[in-house]
Design a protein around this ligand. Structure first.
Ligand code: GLY
Length: 368
């Protein structure tokens, strides 16, 4: 079953197709976008080894020729050296203004290739084929592209919407459980930020989804993409509401920085811990019911996910140091930290009005 979410952004509108077997039928999906039967695909070495042949066959079925470049896997690829390599390779391949570039991979590849497409010949179209759960429900949708700078993550980039997203849920079967569950952190985020019924559905169906239930996976990816699309359409360039998508991220970014962006804490794991902390903070500020943070933590625990600061292996800096790291977050506006808090499950809102002491208390208690 293939299902579709439309992102109605006027001239930049596009579809997200979700379901099993999309990689093998990529030719039929992409052909309507092409002026000539050739695409340039950029992937990473791990994803390429697993999925490039299926993609090549799928494209060839429609007579589409493919050239490909595989970059090293990992977050360190997302910087200037591999970015220049990708852009120069696209130029060597004589990719023209009307051609289409394909990003086949997780968030690192999607962000880097999207940014390369944004600047190549002042902008070429690109197709996202996200291969991680995190990329299928978050980074491949919405047009945020970019690379990291020595000063911080995602500080160099552009808004450049894809022309099509193909989320093949079959490829999720090849993900290690830890990576899958890290992506699930972003899925839970959608329920928590704006759809209590979806969160309830996840409480019921999360275990089956993690165990491999195809229909549950397709529904979860679809509902996540619908919610993201709706927010992106309201606020494409994050002047306001799009910040809701950062529920849990202010805490998460500080924790990622504190753990050196290492294997100790994957981004989606940090989002899950950050969501639990955001609900704890909301409850202490009297914004949501006291049961809400317990319910959030109970679901994460039931899924075998990290939910507390104590679940992060190794030492963490103290509460003051973590708060200091939050100050480096790019969501700081006029020196004010912005938090996404909640009036209940599914009722998040953006605020800068959070007493420093309350944040310190939550962190301090979580660390003790
Ligand atoms: N990942 C958050 C956003 O796309 O705005």
């Amino acid at each position: 079953m293939i299902t579709e979410v439309h992102v109605p952004l006027g001239e930049r509108a596009y579809d997200i197709r979700i379901g099993g077997g999309l990689l093998g039928r990529a030719g039929a999906e992409i052909a309507p976008l092409l002026h000539r039967s050739r695409v340039a695909v950029i992937t990473d070495e791990n994803v390429g080894a697993r999925h490039l042949d299926t993609l090549r066959t799928g494209l060839a079925a429609e007579g589409i020729e493919m050239v490909s470049l595989a970059l090293p896997p990992g977050e360190s690829t997302k910087g200037w050296p591999q970015f220049s390599r990708a852009v120069e390779w696209l130029l060597e391949q004589k990719v023209e203004r009307r051609d289409v570039v394909v990003a086949l991979g997780g968030g690192v590849i999607g962000d880097l290739v999207g940014f390369a497409a944004a600047v190549l010949r002042r902008g070429v179209r690109f197709v996202q084929i996200p291969t991680s759960l995190l990329a299928q429900v978050d980074s491949s949708v919405g047009g945020k592209t970019g690379i990291n700078a020595p000063q911080g993550k995602n500080l160099i980039g552009a808004f450049h919407q894809p022309s099509l997203v193909l989320a093949d849920t079959d490829v999720l079967k090849t993900l290690p459980t830890r990576d899958f569950l890290a992506g699930y952190g972003e899925v839970v985020k959608y329920g928590l930020l704006g759809d209590a019924a979806f969160f309830e559905w996840l409480e019921e169906n999360g275990p089956a989804l993690a165990a491999g239930d195809d229909d549950a996976r397709i529904y979860a990816v679809r509902r996540s993409c619908e919610m993201k699309a709706e927010i992106v359409v309201r606020d494409e360039t994050e002047q306001g509401d799009r910040a809701l998508l950062n529920l849990g991220h202010t805490f998460c970014h500080a924790l990622e920085a504190a753990t050196g962006y290492s294997d100790r804490l994957l981004h989606g794991e940090g989002v899950a811990v950050g969501c639990a902390l955001a609900f704890e903070l909301s409850s202490r500020l009297g914004l949501c019911a006291q049961e809400d943070p317990s319910r959030v933590r109970a679901h994460l625990k039931a899924m075998g996910m990290k939910c507390d600061l104590s679940d992060i292996p190794g030492d963490l800096p103290g509460a003051e140091a973590l708060l200091e790291l939050m100050g480096q977050d790019k969501k700081v506006v006029d020196g004010q930290l912005r938090f996404i808090l909640a009036r209940g499950i599914g009722q998040a809102f953006v605020t800068s009005d959070v007493p420093r002491e309350a944040v310190l208390d939550v962190l301090h208690d979580g660390l003790s």
